[in-house]
Design a protein around this ligand. Structure first.
Ligand SMILES: O=C(O)CCC(=O)C(=O)O
Ligand SMILES: [Fe+2]
Length: 326
């Protein structure tokens, strides 16, 4: 059994009254509650930005490190040189679907942090124009999927307010294939990123040039995602799992890169507001469905995930809840 594939062509997040919407919605609910992910066919895709991103990753390390949003946001900027992940690098832009928010957000961060290296402005001015259309495209798919899940669970009334508080992180990542030396040592596939569950609400992944994303089934088998140039992988993260009181599954996934070609990906993460608690609405909790998780602040949860304790945990959401109760 592979990853379910769902066709979203012709759908629009602001028009949920079509026949096609009604047909697709149960497929989306089924996929996210069982596998926690699916492949979404969602044309047309704006042109991707191969060379621009390559140039960005080729910048000196010091410049890439300026993609930093402060110590309270451990996953929101540049990451590289991680133990066991030789050559993996990633950069991230907050609020990429809204360029005006992107710029004002950066200005605000600059003011707050004085001379600390928190500004990403120089680094990203050049890519904003190319990233923005891609981010907006993924953003529309995120909205369709989330709206369908909320409708399926009978809690569509929260969709608009969730939209208002949700924010988006756009990440692009570079994963080199095994080097000559590694190949000589019979390393056919190189670890691009460790097995993990996403912490946020939904992740929309565009894989560029080469496969490498693998998802773990509930039976513990790893299956490879093989999206086409016109498709995306949609995945639920632990915040959506918590908000739906366990009605959606947040799958473990990892990146393994073989072959000769560097893998690139761009991902749009929808992220709960830091001003609200992630807490299942009352409609999803009753005697037969007791609350599975404690209400939590998203930032506290990500800080736990980045901590030593969190890093040791397998299921971080369960570990975080157990730790918070202790
Ligand atoms: O690059 C990818 O396809 C996914 C990476 C990933 O899982 C993540 O950044 O959370
Ligand atoms: Fe992930």
């Amino acid at each position: 059994m592979g990853i379910p594939k769902i066709d979203f062509s012709g759908l629009n997040s602001s028009d949920p009254s079509t026949e096609k919407w009604t047909t697709v919605r149960p497929q989306v609910m089924h996929a996210l509650s069982n596998a926690g992910c699916f492949e979404a066919v969602f044309p047309p895709c704006p042109p991707l930005y191969g060379d621009t991103v390559k140039e960005l990753f080729a910048l000196p390390l010091e410049r890439k490190k300026r993609n930093y949003y402060g110590p309270e946001y451990p996953f929101h900027g540049y990451l590289g040189g991680l133990p066991g992940l030789d050559g993996f690098e990633t950069l991230a832009i907050r609020d990429a679907p809204r360029p005006e928010a992107l710029h004002s957000g950066i200005k605000a961060t600059k003011k707050r942090k004085g001379n600390e290296r928190v500004s990403t402005l120089n680094l990203f001015n050049t890519v904003c124009d190319v990233v923005h259309p891609v981010a907006k495209h993924l953003y529309e798919l995120e909205r369709i999927v989330r709206r369908m899940i909320l409708e399926s669970l009978g809690v569509a009334k929260y969709y608009e307010s969730q939209n208002e508080s949700m924010w988006y992180l756009f990440r692009f990542s570079e994963y080199p294939p095994p080097s000559k030396e590694e190949k000589e040592k019979k390393i056919d596939k190189k670890l691009g990123y460790y097995s993990h569950q996403d912490t946020n609400t939904l992740s929309i992944i565009k894989q560029i040039q080469t496969d490498g994303l693998e998802l773990k089934t509930r039976d513990g088998d790893w299956i490879e995602a093989t999206p086409s140039p016109d498709s995306f992988i949609v995945m639920a993260g632990n915040s959506f799992r918590a908000w739906t009181n366990g009605n959606v599954h947040a799958p473990f996934h990892r990146i393994l890169v073989g072959g000769e070609v560097t893998r690139y990906s761009s991902i749009l993460f929808s992220v709960p507001s830091e001003n609200d608690l992630v807490e299942a609405p009352e409609e999803l909790v009753d005697e037969n469905h007791p609350p599975l998780f404690i209400p939590f602040s998203y930032n506290e949860f990500t800080r736990f995930c980045a901590s030593e304790k969190g890093a040791k945990a397998d299921d971080m959401l369960e570990a975080f809840c157990a730790d918070s109760k202790a």
